[in-house]
Design a binder for this molecule. Structure first.
Ligand SMILES: *[C@@H]1O[C@H](CO)[C@@H](O)[C@H](O)[C@H]1NC(C)=O
Ligand SMILES: *[C@@H]1O[C@H](CO)[C@@H](O)[C@H](O)[C@H]1NC(C)=O
Ligand SMILES: *[C@@H]1O[C@H](CO)[C@@H](O)[C@H](O)[C@H]1NC(C)=O
Ligand SMILES: *[C@@H]1O[C@H](CO)[C@@H](O)[C@H](O)[C@H]1NC(C)=O
Ligand SMILES: *[C@@H]1O[C@H](CO)[C@@H](O)[C@H](O)[C@H]1NC(C)=O
Ligand SMILES: *[C@@H]1O[C@H](CO)[C@@H](O)[C@H](O)[C@H]1NC(C)=O
Ligand SMILES: *[C@@H]1O[C@H](CO)[C@@H](O)[C@H](O)[C@H]1NC(C)=O
Length: 462
C-alpha cells in the first residue's frame, strides 16, 4: 500500500518534470538543494499558469510529505521505469516539450533529489485514551509514581491558558481529571522537584497577559499549592532543575512581547525566587539542556517576535554565571535539543531566518568538552515545533511539527547515535505540532496534545 502511495507521490511530483529527472537516487539532500527547492516555488510564477499551479502544489506536497528512505535499488528502478512511462504519457498530453524544458532547467535539481522518496509502512504508534481536555502548549511531567501529569495549555481560544490538569496512569492506560491549577496558563514550564512535587511557573493567562505566578503540585494529595511569584512575568521561558534542587528559569517573553535575558532561581524551602545574572542573549522559545557536567546549555530561540538565534550559552551553577559557548551553524527557534548518552546534545530542525528555507532539516551535535557544534545528517524532513525524546535504548525519537509550507505533520523518525543516521519510523495517528513526548517508566513513549486541532485526536503511545 505504501509503495502505491509512493508512486502516486512520485507521479504528482513528476508531472511537471521531464522523465530524465526521475533518476531515483539515494543522494542526501543538501541544504543548498533544499534552498533551491524552496526557491523554485518562487520561480514557478514565471511559467504558464497551468504549470505554475502544479509546481507550487508539487513543492509544498514534497516538503510536507517527502521522506527519503532506504528502499532497495531494485524496487526503486522498477518504480522508476513504470513511472517514466506513465509520466511521459501524462506530460505529452498536458504540456509542450518546450515548456517542460524551460521548467526542468529550473526544477531539475530540486525534483531529482526528492522523487526517490516514499513512505514505507510502519505501525509504531498506537492510540491510547484521549485526554479529558485537548491542549496545545501544555506541560507533561513524568512523576516519581510513574503517572504523567499534564497541566494547562490552550485549545479553543488561542493562547488563553486553561487551568485544567489530569493524570495518565500507564497501568490502566487512562486519564483522570484532577483539581485544576490556581491559574490558567499555557506556554508555561513544569519542573519535577527532587521531593516528587512539580513546580509550574509563569505562562500566558490570556493572549497578551504573561503571569509571574507559580504553584506546585503535590502528588499524594493531588492538589495545587500557590508559591512565590517570579520577579518577572514570563512565558516561553525554560526551567531546569539544578543539582542542589534549585530551579533555574531563564528568558521568555514578558509583557508587550519583549524577549528577556533575565534569569531567576527558585528555592523550594523558602518558596522564593531570586534574580541572578542575566543571560548574555535575550531569548524566548529556546531550549535548556542539562549537561553531564551539570551546566545548563541554552540554545537558540527568538530574540524578538521573529528573529531566530544561533547563539548558545552555558549556565554554571557553581559560579551562578553565564558564558557564551560555540555558536550553532544555524539560527533556530522551535527546535529540539536532546542530551545523548554520550553526553553530546542533539539539536534538530526549528525555524530559521531564511525566508526561502524557513523550516530547517539541519541537525547538529554539541560537544560539551570542546564547546563546538558539528553538523550531522539532516532530518528526513524539515520540522519546527516538533517534539523529541531520548528512548531507553539511546536513540532519539522525533515526531510531527510544522513542515514545509507550514503544514502540520504526522511522521516520525529516529536518530541512532551509533550509526549517526536517521530512520523513518511511521506516522502518528494525528498530525501534531507543539505536542509533547514523555518517556514512561516502562520505556513506551506517550505523545500528548499538539496542534492537531481535532478534539477527538487521542493521546498515542510509541
Ligand atoms: C507501557 O505502558 C503502556 C500504557 O499502559 C502500555 O500500552 C505498553 O504496552 C507498556 N509497555 C510495556 C513494554 O510494557
Ligand atoms: C507579580 O505580578 C503581580 C501582578 O502583576 C504584582 O502585583 C506582583 O508585585 C508581582 N510579584 C513580584 C514578586 O514581582
Ligand atoms: C534555600 O533556602 C534555605 C533557607 O534559607 C537555605 O538553608 C538553603 O541553603 C537554600 N538552598 C540553596 C540551594 O541555596
Ligand atoms: C528582531 O531582531 C532582528 C535582529 O536584531 C531585527 O533585525 C528585527 O528588525 C527585529 N524585529 C522586530 C519585529 O523587532
Ligand atoms: C572548536 O572550534 C574552534 C573554532 O572553530 C576551533 O578553533 C577548534 O579547533 C575546535 N575544537 C575542536 C576540538 O574541534
Ligand atoms: C531503539 O528503539 C527504536 C524504537 O523501537 C528503534 O527504532 C531503534 O532502532 C532502536 N535503536 C537502537 C540503537 O537499537
Ligand atoms: C499521515 O499524513 C499523510 C500525509 O498527509 C497521510 O497520507 C497519511 O495517511 C497519514 N498517516 C496516518 C497514519 O494517518
Amino acid at each position: 500500500m505504501w509503495i502505491i502511495v509512493g508512486i502516486v507521490a512520485i507521479v504528482t511530483v513528476a508531472v511537471v518534470v521531464i522523465p530524465t529527472t526521475l533518476i531515483l537516487t539515494k543522494k542526501k539532500i543538501t541544504t543548498t538543494e533544499i534552498k533551491s527547492a524552496t526557491m523554485s516555488t518562487a520561480t514557478s510564477t514565471t511559467i504558464p499558469t497551468t504549470i505554475s499551479t502544479k509546481t507550487s502544489t508539487t513543492i509544498s506536497t514534497r516538503t510536507s510529505t517527502a521522506i527519503s528512505t532506504k528502499t532497495s535499488t531494485a524496487t526503486s528502478k522498477a518504480t522508476s521505469t513504470a513511472i517514466s512511462t506513465i509520466i511521459s504519457t501524462i506530460i505529452s498530453t498536458k504540456t509542450s516539450t518546450a515548456t517542460l524544458t524551460a521548467i526542468s532547467t529550473k526544477t531539475l535539481t530540486t525534483i531529482s533529489t526528492t522523487t526517490s522518496v516514499h513512505r514505507p509502512f510502519y505501525k509504531n504508534w498506537f492510540r491510547t485514551s484521549s485526554m479529558k481536555d485537548p491542549r496545545i502548549a501544555h506541560t507533561a511531567t513524568v512523576l516519581k509514581n510513574g503517572k504523567v501529569l499534564v497541566a494547562g495549555g490552550y485549545f479553543d481560544a488561542i493562547n488563553y491558558g486553561i487551568s485544567s490538569a489530569e493524570l495518565y496512569d500507564l497501568s490502566t492506560a487512562t486519564w483522570t481529571r484532577i483539581r485544576s491549577m490556581n491559574h490558567g496558563r499555557c506556554r508555561h514550564s513544569a519542573t519535577l522537584l527532587p521531593d516528587g512535587k512539580v513546580l509550574v511557573a509563569g505562562g500566558l493567562t490570556n493572549q497578551d497577559t504573561p503571569t509571574n505566578t507559580t504553584e506546585w503540585y503535590d502528588p499524594p494529595h493531588e492538589i495545587w499549592i500557590k508559591t512565590g511569584s517570579m520577579n518577572i512575568e514570563r512565558h516561553q521561558h525554560t526551567a531546569s532543575i539544578l543539582q542542589d534542587g534549585m530551579v533555574l528559569v531563564a528568558g521568555g517573553f514578558t509583557t508587550n512581547r519583549i524577549a528577556l535575558n533575565s534569569a531567576e532561581l527558585y528555592n523550594s524551602s523558602t518558596g522564593k525566587w531570586t534574580l541572578i545574572d542575566n543571560m548574555k542573549v535575550a531569548r524566548r522559545f529556546h531550549h535548556a539542556s542539562t549537561l553531564e557536567n551539570r551546566k545548563i546549555l541554552v540554545t537558540g530561540g527568538f530574540s524578538n517576535t521573529t528573529h531566530a538565534l544561533d547563539a548558545a550559552e552555558l549556565y554554571d551553577p557553581l559560579t551562578k554565571s553565564w558564558t557564551i559557548t560555540g555558536t550553532m551553524h544555524y539560527a533556530r527557534a522551535g527546535h529540539t535539543a536532546s542530551v545523548l548518552a554520550n553526553g553530546k546534545v542533539l539539536v534538530t530542525g526549528g525555524q530559521s531566518n531564511d525566508p526561502h528555507n524557513k523550516v530547517l532539516r539541519s541537525a547538529e551535535l554539541y560537544d560539551s568538552k570542546t564547546g563546538n557544534w558539528t553538523i550531522i545528517e539532516p532530518l528526513n524532513i524539515g520540522r519546527t515545533t516538533h517534539a523529541a525524546s531520548v528512548l531507553n535504548n539511546g536513540s532519539v525519537l522525533v515526531s510531527g511539527g510544522t513542515v514545509g509550507t507550514f503544514k502540520d505533520d504526522n511522521s516520525s523518525e529516529v536518530y541512532d547515535p551509533l550509526t549517526e543516521k536517521w530512520y523513518i519510523s511511521g506516522d502518528m495517528n494525528c498530525v501534531r505540532g507543539q505536542h509533547l513526548l514523555s518517556v514512561l517508566s516502562n520505556g513506551t513513549v506517550l505523545v500528548t496534545g499538539g496542534k492537531a486541532r481535532i478534539r477527538t485526536c487521542p493521546a498515542e503511545l510509541y
